[in-house]
Write a protein of this length. Sequence first.
Lengths: 224, 154
Amino acid sequence: MREHTEKLNPPRALWVPFELGRPVGAPGEPAFQRRVIEAALGLLAAPSGPVLESFPEDAPGGVSDDHSGWVCPVNLAPPPAAAEAAGASAVLVEVDQLRPWYQLGREQRGRTTVGVSGLGIEAAVELLAAYLDDPSIASPRDGLSLAQALKFAAEDVKAWYLEAATARPGPARSAALTDWFWRETAAGALLLRVASACCRSDVAGLKALGEKSLVPRSHASLLA
Amino acid sequence: MVRLNDLPDTDARHLRTKECPPFDSEPWVTGPPLAERRVAIVTSAGLHRRDDRSFDMRDTGYRVIDGTLSADALVMTHSSSNFDRTGFQQDVNVVFPIDRLREMAAAGEIGSVARFHYSVMGAGWLPHEIEPTAAELAGLLKEDAVNAVLLSPV
């Protein structure tokens, strides 16, 4: 944020009008990314400072909260009528429906960001559902607290869905993707239930996870 | 960075309350032309090698990213759920522009790309909390003869 940078007053800073999480602008836009980097490193030539400059271009692809032109690559079943119905089985059905697009995206990009939990995608889903059944379950990994294991399982599930959703050609703006995940998928409903359960926990790490690190602030109103 | 006005109200309100203590001084150094600089990336995106330690929820440590790693070796374990990850999922250069630096080095725009780059998990630390890590990283960067650092926040 420009406002924060003005207060901190670092020696050299380039303000960019891109959404949080995209400091270099937009994926798959090497020429644009190059201009951003050149502008940032160009500040090294300033004879005196502090210097706070503004990058003059918006990121390619338009504003992030424009939901037009994007549809989910798969016609998923309607979201469960009651959030309580969104257990592991409904999520695993969606995972299977999205699998071809996830695999295609993985092949196209030569990489995946899924895997931080160290669990397979099915095991990640099942861990999240198991916590709802029994909040006293043990972490499935040595050296990882249950809160961390739930966090990384949730990140793997989100990454699976979003990598699948962005594999299809066409615009895929982050706000629309986020809305889709949290409002229209059984996985989003499951994570909302896990977050609510964590909020009720007496374990500080789990409580902090539920309150701050599972559901984005923009969708916290969906929490029960 | 981003426009506060572009954010959902809940995010904008939260970010407006962030404490931003100014630095005590205004250090200023100059150096050789960009074409003679050795450039490293330091990102607060919580990136690390897939087989490296994940970032804990309150983790002021750093992770080393070898400059020769391919993109598929990098994952993100940042604790925040309040920033976009789909850009990173599609293209690592959105937060870690290593390919752009390699291109600039090949074109002679920068002198060279550092051997090592570094990642921290920038979740609301105040400057004094992360300062010991920053001081250690500065020493490591000097050992690699780095004289320009691109800071990439999320």
